[in-house]
Design a protein around this ligand. Structure first.
Ligand code: ZN
Ligand code: ZN
Length: 88
């Protein structure tokens, strides 16, 4: 099941379950739209791409609440962009 993490991993911005600007990679690394642009749409943890996080229907939130565990690991953007270039 999708964790639906509460914030952006890079800037710690709040990303509520119904946020329109939450994106996730296949491992659910979660970033806001602004940070995904900065990351050039490459996940710094796994190297994969991002998709918009689906919004869980509100009637399921009680039974399947979003995660409250904050994952905050700011990205070294310069290193990240260097790594992307190397892989091109
Ligand atoms: Zn962010
Ligand atoms: Zn990832």
């Amino acid at each position: 099941m999708l964790q639906i993490r509460p914030t952006c991993e890079n800037c710690n911005k709040n990303l509520p379950f119904d946020s329109q600007e939450a994106l996730i990679c296949t491992f659910e690394c979660t970033f806001c739209l602004d940070c995904v642009h900065l990351l050039q749409h490459v996940c710094p943890n796994c190297g994969g791409g991002f998709e918009k996080r689906p919004i869980r229907p509100s009637h399921l939130l009680k039974k399947y609440p979003p995660s409250q565990v904050i994952v905050y690991k700011p990205v070294d953007l310069q290193e990240h962009l260097k790594a992307i270039k190397k892989n091109e």
